[in-house]
Design a protein around this ligand. Structure first.
Ligand SMILES: NC(=O)c1ccc[n+]([C@@H]2O[C@H](COP(=O)([O-])OP(=O)(O)OC[C@H]3O[C@@H](n4cnc5c(N)ncnc54)[C@H](O)[C@@H]3O)[C@@H](O)[C@H]2O)c1
Length: 318
């Protein structure tokens, strides 16, 4: 089935492309503002890469038309910290960009759009200890506000135009080759920098707990959501959760698996304040019940596979 992935050369998008190619999908087009293909070297001959800006309607329309996509995975976005530092640019990319994708899907009869949302759509005013898909979403940060716009725009296009919209709210996604800055990227960078023999300062408190999903599980989950039969989809936007270690737990595993790793904690109060609001235990029962989500990597397996990836495929993670 012809498929378009916006943000397709990025961290999660490239792995998503790999999942689709590995199961034999022939028409996979990646649309991204950068056309760097280092993450894709093993599948470069099997995908097409189109360079363009999701904030530019002509670019999006052309990409959807030229790919003949029946399914669009919309991952192209600015991440949390850059969005909050430059709301105008984030509005262009994350708000106008998502509108453009939905509008192109409507005009060109794309059947299905899968949107990458975030736990950053939750923040203030939550009284429960655990968040789920029924918890009110009141983002405090611009990135989360943009993602919430995307979720509700998707629901609007589903209701009014019949597009099969589905959204996945990623928690912290961990893996090698994370390059875009984000508030919780310490969880990937502490592993990668240690493996490369570099010292690393974790910028949150040691007891900070975060739900971590390995990037291979995130890509697999996104495809599973797209594959689920329409009559099993009721919630439409879904949290997923993985392993939930503290930063100290993560550092302990890295120190054990990378002897000599130089890691300390230097708390960044501004980012810690953001994460205090956003990182909460997640109840992902709707994703588990409606389309069978289940993580396959626990903390140990995640760090093991991360180190193996860096060792086996260094060209993907320069
Ligand atoms: N990584 C995480 O922990 C995490 C958590 C929650 C949500 N998400 C969401 O998942 C999606 C993928 O994130 P990622 O972690 O792979 O980050 P990433 O930065 O590696 O990927 C995003 C991609 O979007 C592209 N992009 C940015 N602006 C664009 C534009 N104007 N037009 C076209 N492409 C553009 C970037 O070049 C990049 O390749 C994003 O929507 C992000 O908000 C990620």
């Amino acid at each position: 089935m012809p498929t378009l992935i916006t943000g397709g050369t990025g961290f999660i998008g490239a792995e998503l492309a790999r999942v689709l190619v590995s199961r034999g999908e022939g028409d996979v087009t990646l649309f991204d503002i950068t056309d760097s293909t280092h993450r894709l070297e093993d599948i470069a001959a099997k995908v097409e890469v189109i360079r363009g800006d999701v904030g530019n309607f002509s670019h999006v329309l052309d990409a959807v038309q030229n790919s003949s996509a029946n399914v669009v995975y919309h991952l192209g976005a600015m991440l949390s910290l850059p969005s909050d530092h430059d709301p105008s640019a984030a509005f262009h990319t994350n708000v106008i960009g998502t509108f453009n994708v939905m509008e192109a899907a409507r005009l060109l009869d794309v059947g299905k759009v899968i949107f990458s949302s975030s736990i950053a759509t939750y923040a203030s005013g939550i009284t429960e200890e655990t968040i789920d898909d029924l918890t009110p979403q009141r983002p405090q940060f611009f990135y989360g506000a943009c993602k919430l716009f995307g979720e509700h725009t998707g629901l609007f296009y589903k209701r009014k135009y019949g597009i099969d919209y589905r959204g996945i709210r990623y928690p912290v996604i961990v893996g090698p080759g994370v390059r875009s800055p984000g508030a919780a990227q310490y969880s990937s960078w502490v592993i990668e920098e240690s493996a490369k023999g570099k010292p690393f300062s974790v910028w949150v408190e040691p007891e900070q707990r975060a739900s971590l999903v390995y990037f291979k599980d995130a890509a697999r989950a996104t495809v599973a959501l797209a594959d689920a039969p329409a009559d099993s989809i009721e919630m439409a936007n879904y949290l997923i959760s993985g392993t939930s270690p503290t930063a100290a737990d993560l550092v302990d595993v890295v120190r054990r698996k990378v002897p000599g790793a130089e890691i300390d904690f230097v708390v960044n109060e501004e980012i810690q304040a953001i994460l205090n609001d956003v990182l909460r235990p997640i109840d992902d029962r709707f994703a588990r019940h409606e389309w069978g989500w289940e993580p396959t990597y626990d903390l140990e397996q995640m760090v093991d596979d991360f180190l193996r990836e860096l060792h086996d495929n260094p060209q993907r993670y320069p």
